[in-house]
Design a protein around this ligand. Structure first.
Ligand SMILES: [Cu+2]
Length: 148
């Protein structure tokens, strides 16, 4: 029993250390963005550190957030419509996500975590995604161009 307790104490101490260093990034799900574009994530491109969390906020209702492409070994996610969802990005690389309801209007976004190790695969996935868009396909390229 003593071993279990000290193990728990150790792991909660470690969690505190991680959360002290990890940042939370808020991305809003919007009907209209600051630039006047409709059906957008804002900001739609973020560069973050491994272990950070991304909180997708249902600022305007009627959107969701679903991962579309993730680096190898990373967890995918699927948020409910009109609900916030928080995701911890613990693998380096490029993540693509979409609003399932408005992806055909270009409601997509890109997260870069550390080094963009899977850039070629992410670009191939982005091409497939933009092929199905009625508008806003240029957004994806704009977001991808910010990867450094
Ligand atoms: Cu949407």
């Amino acid at each position: 029993m003593r071993k279990i307790i000290s193990g728990l104490a150790l792991s909660s101490a470690m969690m505190l250390t991680v959360s002290a260093n990890a940042a939370e990034h808020v991305i809003k799900m919007l009907d209209t963005g600051e630039d006047g574009n409709i059906m957008v994530f804002e900001p739609a491109f973020v560069k973050v550190n491994k272990g950070d969390t991304i909180k997708f906020v249902s600022t305007d209702i009627g959107h969701n957030n679903i991962s579309r492409h993730t680096p190898e070994g990373a967890k995918s996610w699927k948020g409910e419509v009109s609900h916030d969802i928080t995701v911890t990005v613990d693998k380096e690389g490029v993540y693509l996500y979409e609003c399932d309801l408005h992806k055909f209007l270009g409601m997509v976004g890109v997260i870069q975590v550390g080094e963009a190790k899977n850039l070629a695969e992410a670009k191939a996935a982005a091409d497939k995604l933009t092929a199905g868009m009625a508008m806003g396909a240029d957004r994806m390229n704009e977001y991808l161009s910010k990867i450094k």
